[in-house]
Design a protein around this ligand. Structure first.
Ligand SMILES: Nc1ncnc2c1ncn2[C@@H]1O[C@H](COP(=O)(O)OP(=O)(O)OP(=O)(O)O)[C@@H](O)[C@H]1O
Length: 240
């Protein structure tokens, strides 16, 4: 993998291993992952189902812990942090976007975003976050009144409202058709460019790799290959 010597790192992992369960029932989800993710890039993680992508995302996102090995966010060693510190790491630095939006059905788009801005250190105004995803006019709508793509954009607004350093997206277009999926990918690209956030996208959709700075191919709990894209496509140029 080519990394410029001056490029600051968002993440570094060393010998990351994750085993779920024990004995005969043990599942080796990660088998020694050494990885470097430069700050400010869009990185796409590709791999077959069960290859360990979500496990890696959950560990570097501070939602889960490795069985062995180290993971650094900038100069912070996540693997040595107490649970409280890990919670603060997630609160202050990280935004998550999942396949199934996870919005509160009884709250409007604005209120769903506001939930996060109330506890963040230096949040955006919820209106500004909704504006960034092109949904200012839908601020007072409830999730059930919005399409899947719109709900996903509210979920992205919620994730970016705290101005995270990193945005983790697990199958963000998995439930969307190609047209809506492209709109969501364009929003992620805007977030990367306008907020400078590092964006990590886990997906089955190999075509998404064309918009990434760096593509990590995963197989059987290991990195098989890392490819740097010299030329990136825009989301509307991506073949679906
Ligand atoms: N909580 C868990 N308990 C036991 N095994 C688990 C758990 N979570 C994941 N696994 C197993 O770990 C392996 C890696 O799973 P993971 O979800 O990380 O893969 P993935 O590449 O993200 O797959 P997908 O693309 O289907 O989401 C799989 O064999 C999975 O069954």
């Amino acid at each position: 993998m080519t990394i410029e010597p001056t490029q600051p790192m968002a993440f570094r992992t060393k010998g990351l291993t994750k085993v779920y369960g024990e004995g005969n029932a043990a599942v080796h989800a990660l088998r020694g992952v050494d990885l470097e993710i430069p700050s400010g890039e869009i990185v796409v993680l590709l791999g077959a189902s069960g290859s360990g992508k979500s496990t890696l995302l959950n560990i570097i996102g501070g939602l889960d812990r490795a069985t062995e090995g180290d993971v650094y966010f900038q100069s912070l060693c996540l693997s040595e942090m107490s649970d409280n510190k890990l919670t603060l790491y997630r609160r202050d630095h990280v935004g998550f976007v999942f396949q199934f939006y996870n919005l509160m059905p009884s709250l409007t788009a604005y209120e769903n975003v506001e939930l996060v801005t109330e506890i963040a250190d230096s949040p955006m105004d919820p209106k500004e976050a909704l504006d960034m995803v092109g949904l200012s006019e839908r601020a007072n709508h409830f999730p059930a009144q919005m399409s899947g793509g719109e709900q996903q954009r509210v979920a992205i607004a919620r994730a970016i409202a705290k101005q995270p350093d990193v945005l983790f997206c697990d199958e963000p277009t998995g439930a969307l058709d190609s047209k809506t999926g492209r709109v969501v990918l364009q929003v992620l690209k805007d977030v990367n460019e306008k907020l400078g956030a590092t964006v990590l996208i886990v997906t089955h959709a190999a075509s998404t790799a064309a918009m990434a700075d760096r593509v990590i191919h995963f197989a059987d709990g290991r990195i098989r290959e890392v490819v740097k894209n010299d030329k990136k496509l825009t989301p509307d140029q991506i073949e679906w």
